[in-house]
Write a protein that binds this ligand. Structure first.
Ligand code: C2E
Ligand code: MG
Ligand code: MG
Length: 335
């Protein structure tokens, strides 16, 4: 009841000069003697509860629970392991083809990172990227991914498998230092890859941050000929203003709308509308998560330009991806 009263008291807006300031309040609670008997322990545990309260929603309180301590310890362990993974170069890029729905040709690919840990287990990005972002380690990992992807893309060209483009995912954290354009240009230069083969995927979550700083860096990058794609479109912030502001050239329709769209009519309407809108705005579109030929055909009917998904291939290690592309070209030529 006391926590609730505190939140009520703080949760209001203030006016300072001409600014409206919204105050919110999060509270973490640890109780003696159950959670500890000394100040240090109680403070530490109330902080863990506070972190949880802050991460879930504003204006909330949480009591400490043992599970929170396990969570924090596991995160700490993973940060240590990730630091080691950077030193030992334990990351790998897998590639998934992007297919032109009209010609059925593989025109590019997306680089998707994997972590092969010391026990030879392959860890998915969904598991370690959030930890890498929270700890800032993503800057280093992301830089490696960019360099490796540019290098591999150049190699495909040298092996004569057509002019495949490469898409690399970026984390909002990589924009913080302000040196992303240099990192991108250096990666291209090192690999001797022309900028128009590189596409950078950003998500809508980026636009909650310091937009000036971000649009400035994106513009520098786009001016050199690198394309910018909005990944997971439709799931986030969805303020259409940013499409013009951030120099985006492609919308990637999130797979939550695509994968089972044949069973859910509403999803077809959304996908169709996004395709139409992207065309009106002069943007390319890619449908993610295409798992069967029926969905691919429906998208073609909607005049979607590109598709990506398990129907064509799962993300593959570089050599398997190369073999897939070569086989695909051979099949197309023999038709
Ligand atoms: P994303 O960029 O939206 O990538 C698409 C995800 O969907 C990939 O998961 C891919 O394997 C999966 N997928 C592709 N086709 C299908 C399909 O037909 N059906 C289903 N069910 N899934 C499909 P993955 O590889 O686990 O990557 C997850 C996310 O991790 C990515 O989502 C991306 O946001 C992030 N990520 C991956 N690599 C990097 C990276 O190098 N840097 C950063 N910052 N994030 C990355
Ligand atoms: Mg992506
Ligand atoms: Mg996506």
């Amino acid at each position: 009841a006391f926590a609730y009263q505190l939140i009520q008291a703080v949760d209001r807006s203030f006016q300072i000069d001409s600014y409206d300031i919204e105050a919110t309040c999060s509270i973490g609670i640890a109780i003696a003697p159950f959670d500890g008997v000394d100040y240090q322990t109680l403070r530490q545990k109330s902080h863990m509860a506070l972190s949880r309260a802050q991460s879930e929603e504003s204006n909330d309180y949480k009591f400490f629970e043992v599970e929170m301590e396990h969570y924090v310890n596991n995160r700490l362990k993973m940060v240590q392991a990730l630091k080691q993974a950077i030193e030992q170069q334990e990351f790998e890029l897998f590639y998934q083809p992007k297919v032109d729905l009209d010609s059925n040709a593989m025109v590019g690919s997306e680089a998707l990172i994997r972590w092969r840990n010391a026990n030879n287990e392959l860890i998915s990005p969904a598991e370690f990227i959030p930890v890498a972002e929270a700890s800032g380690l993503i800057s280093e990992i992301g830089k490696w991914a960019l360099e490796q992807a540019c290098h591999d893309c150049k190699k495909w060209q040298d092996e004569g498998v057509g002019n495949l483009t490469i898409a690399v995912n970026l984390s909002p954290v990589q924009f913080r230092r302000g040196n992303l354009p240099n990192i991108v240009f250096n990666a291209l230069k090192q690999a001797n890859l022309a900028p128009d083969f590189l596409e950078l995927e950003i998500t809508e979550s980026l636009f909650i941050d310091d937009t000036e700083r971000i649009s400035d860096q994106l513009n520098q990058i786009a001016t050199k000929g690198v394309s910018i794609a909005i990944d997971d479109f439709g799931t986030g912030y969805s303020n259409l203003n940013y499409l013009t502001k951030f120099n985006a050239s492609t919308l990637k329709i999130d797979m939550s709308f695509v994968t089972n769209m044949l069973e859910v009519e509403q999803k077809q309407h959304i996908v169709n509308a996004v395709i139409k809108m992207s065309k009106e705005m002069g943007l390319e579109n890619v449908a993610e998560g295409v798992e069967d030929i029926e969905t691919a055909n429906k998208l073609k009917q909607f005049k979607c330009r590109y598709g990506q998904g398990y129907y064509w291939s799962r993300p593959l290690p570089n050599d398997e991806f190369m073999a897939l592309v070569k086989e695909h070209i051979r099949k197309l030529l023999s038709l």
